[in-house]
Design a protein. Structure first.
Length: 348
């Protein structure tokens, strides 16, 4: 009799423990989910939680269904209108690229036909081949990719190091220095062209890709972006690494970089697009046709053709080839780009 009573007591105790643990998990999960979703009643959540045997994915789907059922019709209509508006804006933004790709496969007469047609009657794939025959377009793209890659690498390195000094090191007039750096950001970029040209001329680096890279090794926006990201890092992590004897470069690479990786990626993408598309400053520095960047190379199609002899199918084909590397880059890094946009806040 005593053994049976002990077994019943132990069984009851275990059930009570399971109930308490399960209830605690329900409350914790409810608090976490209620921050993101409008769950009105914890009892409904408890039922869904127990039915699905703590399967979070199924529970989340049940919550979404409950929210949809309880949502007013006005809210559903408003959400549908928002999605329609975003879709329309996306189509408007994407249409020029779609038309460019379509025109690259047309003849000159088809491009100017009215009413216009998006799909060509007979795709002219030879337009892309003629682009490389009429100009060394492959060399233009290589020059742009080469210079943009090195410029971005140097800009990330210098911006991260300066931002590290402004956030993790203690020295006098740190705020004043940051203010001076940000004040230079308000100056038009054209004001730096003549000083940079004189400096490169003194170093005999005019008309060289090296001179173009050297004069673009710093980026004020990058300093600001990295500084704001580094301010969000717990300073105790850096102090603990210093106590362990880690150098500044090791702290930057082993601690700060992993915690702010989305910021590095988003700045790299923005900087690469800017350097790749730059036209005014490279046109001032580079004079030799074989060293032209892709932006200056595209201009050659307009100059050589004249006002009435522009071959628009070739121009559109060259423009499509120019955009492809950037498009592929954004497709590959899309996840990190969106995460960087969400995580990078302004904190100071």
């Amino acid at each position: 009799m005593e053994k049976n009573s002990d077994q019943k007591y132990n069984t009851t105790l275990e059930k009570n423990k399971e109930f308490i643990i399960n209830e605690a998990n329900i409350i914790d999960d409810y608090k976490e989910i209620s921050k993101k979703k409008k769950v009105l009643n914890i009892n409904n959540y408890r039922k869904m939680y127990n039915i699905h045997s703590i399967d979070r994915e199924k529970t989340d789907k049940s919550i979404d269904n409950e929210i949809v059922k309880k949502a007013p019709k006005k809210l559903l209509i408003l959400n549908a209108f928002r999605h329609l508006l975003i879709l329309s804006a996306s189509l408007i933004a994407f249409f020029p690229f779609l038309w460019m790709g379509s025109s690259a496969l047309k003849t000159s007469s088809e491009i100017f036909n009215f009413p216009p047609k998006l799909i060509p009657n007979s795709p002219q794939w030879r337009n892309f081949i003629e682009v490389f025959k009429e100009a060394p377009f492959g060399g233009y793209m290589f020059n742009s990719l080469f210079t943009a890659s090195f410029e971005v690498a140097f800009q990330i390195l210098t911006s991260a190091m300066i931002a590290y000094a402004l956030t993790q090191l203690k020295f006098k007039s740190k705020k004043i220095l940051f203010g001076v750096i940000m004040a230079t950001y308000m100056l038009p970029s054209a004001t730096t062209y003549v000083p940079c040209y004189i400096l490169l001329s003194d170093m005999n680096l005019i008309d060289t890709l090296l001179g173009l890279i050297i004069s673009n090794t710093a980026n004020i926006f990058g300093i600001f972006l990295f500084r704001q990201a580094f301010l969000q890092i717990d300073h105790s992590l850096v102090e603990a690494a210093r106590i362990d004897g880690a150098s500044h470069l090791k702290i930057l690479w082993k601690i700060i970089f992993p915690l702010t990786k989305p910021t590095f990626i988003i700045f790299g993408l923005i900087s690469f697009v800017t350097c790749y598309n730059d036209y005014m400053y490279p046109s001032l520095i580079i004079k030799s046709p074989e060293k032209f960047l892709v932006s200056a190379g595209l201009r050659q199609f307009f100059i050589e053709g004249g006002a009435y002899g522009i071959k628009w199918p070739q121009v559109m084909a060259a423009s499509t080839l120019t955009v492809l590397p950037l498009l592929l880059l954004f497709i590959i890094a899309q996840k990190w780009f969106m995460k960087g946009v969400e995580d990078t806040g302004v904190k100071g």
